[in-house]
Design a protein around this ligand. Structure first.
Ligand code: DAH
Length: 338
């Protein structure tokens, strides 16, 4: 009588039972069932000695091999469950991702870009000039010679002093010197704006900083009149602040224009000066090699921080450069709008 021991059948039964064991208790039950003292495989092993002699070696070796394999299958399944328990619940792929904190554009940059776009729409080119400027361009060639009282208002930081022998340089006090530089390089018709930083060595308060951003404008062509100046600047202001805004021009003095004016806008019941402007002085046109009886034009200069204060309702200009993130975060919602 050949006592049949179906090791293959036992193995597949044991393996499929193991695959359904999903926690530590089920694994322990399985271990007791198959490898425990009265487990099914243990019983087979113990029964080997009762087998006919010629069957013993084959069945014995096969059952021992199976025991080793089931033990490692148990260990593998155990490891699988531990891994599932620690990793599984901590990764929920359905949760929304965490946004990395993104910066936003500085409010002065936002305003500067809006202003640039507005002037581009009106047909202006945009160029930049050097922050470190020659005295000659910042003052003399704008008709502000040494000793002129206008120099007192525009004290600044000087880069090279008299003794160096070279030309005197300074941190430009306004963007107006780019009028001269641009006229040196270009022929009319000219329609350009120049955004950039300017520096004034002066006490700061809620509306004055020692560094400011300006946008200079220069338009030169034949037969331009003050009406072109008014029309252009009013169009700009309406596009920036909306069609309802009230404006006024008043006489003002700047050495490089004649006549000169300031443009004010009505803001919360008050008039607020937003820019200086005027018809380019004929001497400046002649210095550029142009016939001032044919060519005329106008120029203007405005502070970007002032405009940003109006746009965003900022009360103190010094907030812009304190780098307080609580202030800067207020502008996150304008990200991408410039
Ligand atoms: N440069 C002047 C300033 O810094 C502003 C200015 C006034 C610019 C009149 C101009 C102008 O072009 O025509 O205060």
């Amino acid at each position: 009588m050949a006592l049949e021991v179906d090791l293959d059948g036992l193995e597949s039964e044991a393996r499929s039972a193991l695959a359904t064991a999903n926690d530590a208790d089920a694994l322990e039950d399985w271990r007791v069932d198959w490898l425990g003292r009265r487990g099914r495989l243990t019983t087979v092993l113990r029964g080997v000695r009762d087998l006919p002699v010629e069957q013993r070696p084959a069945i014995g070796a096969g059952a021992n091999r199976l025991k080793g394999e089931l033990e490692s299958a148990l260990a593998a399944r155990q490891a699988e469950l531990v891994a599932a328990e620690t990793d599984g619940p901590t990764i929920d792929v359905t949760l929304p991702g965490r946004r990395p904190p993104l910066g936003s554009l500085h409010p002065v940059t936002l305003t500067r870009r809006t202003m640039e776009r507005t002037f581009r729409d009106l047909g202006f080119d945009v160029v930049e000039g050097p922050d470190i400027e020659l005295e000659e361009y910042n003052f003399d060639r704008l008709r502000i010679p040494a000793g002129h009282p206008a120099r007192d208002m525009w004290d600044t930081i000087w880069i090279a002093d008299d003794d160096s022998g070279g030309p005197r340089q300074l941190l430009r006090t306004h963007t107006s010197p780019m009028q001269i530089r641009y006229l040196e390089r270009r022929e009319p018709p000219i329609r350009v704006i120049v955004p950039g930083a300017c520096y004034r060595y002066e006490a700061t308060d809620a509306t004055h900083e020692w560094m400011l951003t300006q946008i200079e404008g220069l338009v030169i062509d034949q037969d331009l009149s003050f009406a072109h100046l008014k029309g252009t600047l009013e169009a700009f202001v309406r596009r920036m602040f909306g069609g309802e805004i009230e404006t006024r021009f008043r006489c003002d003095y700047f050495p490089f224009v004649e006549p000169g004016a300031e443009l004010g806008v009505r803001w919360q019941g008050d008039w607020l000066e937003v820019l200086g402007c005027g018809m380019v002085h004929p001497e400046i046109i002649e210095d550029a090699g142009l016939d001032s009886s044919r060519y005329t034009g106008f120029a203007f200069g405005m502070g970007v921080e002032r405009v940003a204060m109006l746009q965003y309702g900022v009360r103190d200009i010094r907030h812009f450069y304190r780098n307080d993130v609580r202030f800067l975060r207020e502008f996150d919602r304008f990200r991408g709008s410039a």
